[in-house]
Structure formats: C-alpha cells, structure tokens
Design a protein around this ligand. Structure first.
Ligand SMILES: *[C@@H]1O[C@H](CO)[C@@H](O)[C@H](O)[C@H]1NC(C)=O
Length: 234
C-alpha cells in the first residue's frame, strides 16, 4: 500500500551530511590485525571461560525467577521486593558479563531520573547488541522486546524478570497493543518500572541520529534522553 501524505513530501534543500549511516566499514591496520590474532588465542579463551562461569550462576537464578513468577509477568507490576531482588541479580550478572566482554569501566555522566520523574528512557544512537549495557547501568528498566525472545532458554527467563513489553509479530494489531501497553506503564506514576526504548528502532554506524519512531513519545510523558558513546574506533 502506498502511503498518502496530506501535503506532498518536500525534498530537503540541503543534502544530509551523512548519506547512508547503515554502511559499516572498518579498515584494520597491520598492528590491529596482529592484536586481533594475539587476542584470539589469549584473551578470547579467558573471556569465554568467564562467561561460562557466569552462565553457570545464571541458570539457577533464571530457574528461581521462573518459579517465583511462573506465568507471564506482563499483566501487573510485580511486588517491590521481587523487583529489588531480580534487579540486583540481573545487575550483578549483567555487569559481570559486560566486564568479561571488555567493558572494564563504564563512565556515566549525569543522573538518572526516577520512574516517577521520567517513565521512559530514550537511548541513542543504537549501533550494536552491546548497547544493552545501558540497561545494566540504568538499574534494569523494562525493554520492549519481541515475544519470541522470552522463550529463548536462559536469556528469555532473565528477560522476563525485567518485565518487558512483549511484542508479538503474529498478532494483527500488535503495534496498537504495544503503544497501549507503553502508555499504560508510562502513565502509572512510577508503579511500573521505567521503560528503556531505542527510538531509532534499528542500528546505524553511529555517525548520526536517524528519524525517531513515535512509540516512546505517544504517551506524552517526560522522557530522559540517554546518549551512548564508545571511546574505541572498532
Ligand atoms: C558510516 O557511514 C558514513 C556514511 O556512509 C561513512 O562516511 C562512515 O565511514 C561510516 N562509518 C563506519 C565506521 O563505517
């Protein structure tokens, strides 16, 4: 179906400075390549070993989480004590995991608003799976996630513990339902955990911000912007 605009879409008078932020292109120098080769036989096995131990600890936690919140936990906010416990566990496991994959130090500038002050955190630019580190630093806000993710073995259980908004792609009016759920939580005056949303909805190569999707802004509540920066070039 063709979109019909009330006025014809205007062409920009200026070319955007970044033409295509979806291209990922890195050039590796010889030193870089040597470093990668060396790390593959030293650092990588060490890190895998650490991750293995974290997974060992995570299994029983996920199991307990499943026992305590057996059915889908997305209908009602869970009681405060459960939220505190699962938040603590997820934060500790998550921080350990990110430490193992190389996030030794995470610098945070500014102060996070409370769920009552700003129910939604909008995070950009989104460029990688590792952007999930914001979730750990921001005390485990809920995320908007595909419903299938909640069924992934270990990870799905841990995800459920953070009370995500699950989006089922097979449902006909999933978009509407998602917006309703986000609005309900955002307007709960802090009863629901904060929501974390990547408003760009997809990854770019970090050279610019792309158009935000409207989901995070439809509830009309204060949002706190969060900017992600990676100091390394790769
Ligand atoms: C990202 O995209 C821009 C525009 O296409 C390009 O100039 C830049 O080199 C890209 N950056 C990376 C890291 O690939």
């Amino acid at each position: 179906m063709k979109r019909v605009f009330p006025v014809p879409r205007q062409h920009s008078l200026y070319q955007p400075p970044i033409l295509n932020p979806f291209i990922y292109h890195i050039e590796l120098s010889v030193t870089d390549k040597l470093k990668i080769a060396l790390a593959s036989v030293t650092l990588v096995p060490l890190r895998l070993l650490c991750i293995f131990f974290i997974v060992l600890v995570a299994w029983p936690c996920a199991f307990l989480g499943r026992m305590c919140c057996p059915v889908c936990v997305t209908q009602e906010p869970v009681p405060n004590w459960k939220r505190h416990v699962s938040r603590f566990v997820l934060k500790t496991l998550g921080r350990a995991f990110f430490f193992c994959v190389g996030f030794i130090q995470i610098k945070v500038k500014g102060k996070k608003a409370t769920a009552a002050e700003a129910p939604i955190l909008v995070v950009a630019p989104h460029s990688t799976f590792f952007d999930a580190v914001v979730n750990i630093v921001a005390e485990i806000p809920s995320i908007v996630s595909r419903a299938e993710n909640a069924d992934i073995p270990l990870f799905g259980c841990l995800l459920r513990c953070s009370q995500p908004v699950l989006v089922s792609r097979t449902e006909t009016n999933s978009r509407k339902k998602t917006v309703e759920e986000i609005t309900k939580r955002a307007q709960s005056k802090g009863k629901w955990p904060q929501l974390m949303i990547f408003p760009e909805g997809t990854c770019t190569n970090r050279t610019c911000l792309i158009t935000f999707k409207s989901g995070a802004f439809i509830p009309g509540v204060p949002v706190q912007p969060v900017l992600i920066r990676y100091p390394n070039k790769m």
